[in-house]
Design a protein around this ligand. Structure first.
Ligand SMILES: [Zn+2]
Ligand SMILES: [Zn+2]
Length: 179
């Protein structure tokens, strides 16, 4: 795995954690499994820790202000235990992790998310850590597109917003509501 991918992985995991509709041991564990986090067993006692971490991660997304994003990510880096660690797990070529494989799950998730956000912020730019612009959505996303012009969490939200804009342009204001 290229280091760039590992960084993105941590950033995308951050966004997915922020967007999780409900945070309980099962939903968090399913998310970690989907992201290939190793030994992803979440105990009920850990849920509060993940919830607090999710709230801290949220600050890194959508501000659009580099100084504010740096401050948010620095707070995350300070709160996580980051220790560069090279590993060959699962038969892979030696590659860099932000934390030893033996650390507990919350520590590993903190390190991979904080480190991943730092990576994307510095290598791809803070505008890549966005919030959906559709009114009423505001889900977090990581813009991995080539041109970096993404403004919505999904194509669906982008289309909904485009239709709304089109309607508000084409419908006479005096007629008001939908027909
Ligand atoms: Zn790895
Ligand atoms: Zn959205």
């Amino acid at each position: 795995m290229k280091q760039n991918d590992y960084g993105r992985l941590g950033a995308v995991l951050s966004a997915d954690l922020i967007n999780l509709p409900e945070m309980n041991a099962t939903s968090i564990q399913q998310l970690f499994e989907a992201h290939g986090i190793r030994h992803p067993e979440v105990a009920a006692a850990d849920v509060d820790g993940f919830r607090r971490w999710r709230d801290q991660l949220a600050r890194a997304f959508g501000s659009g202000d580099p100084a504010e994003q740096c401050s948010a990510v620095n707070d995350l880096l300070a709160a996580a235990t980051i220790r560069p660690w090279v590993t060959t797990h699962d038969g892979l070529q030696p590659h860099l992790h932000f934390v030893p494989d033996s650390a507990d799950l919350l520590s590993r998730v903190k390190a991979v998310t904080a480190g991943g956000l730092a990576f994307v912020l510095c290598w791809e730019g803070g505008a890549r850590l966005g919030r959906c612009l559709r009114s009423g959505c505001s889900r977090a996303y990581v813009d991995t597109s080539r041109n970096g012009q993404r403004r919505y969490c999904t194509a669906r939200c982008g289309n909904t917003e485009a239709v709304m804009r089109h309607r508000s342009r084409t419908r006479p204001a005096s007629l008001g509501g939908p027909f």
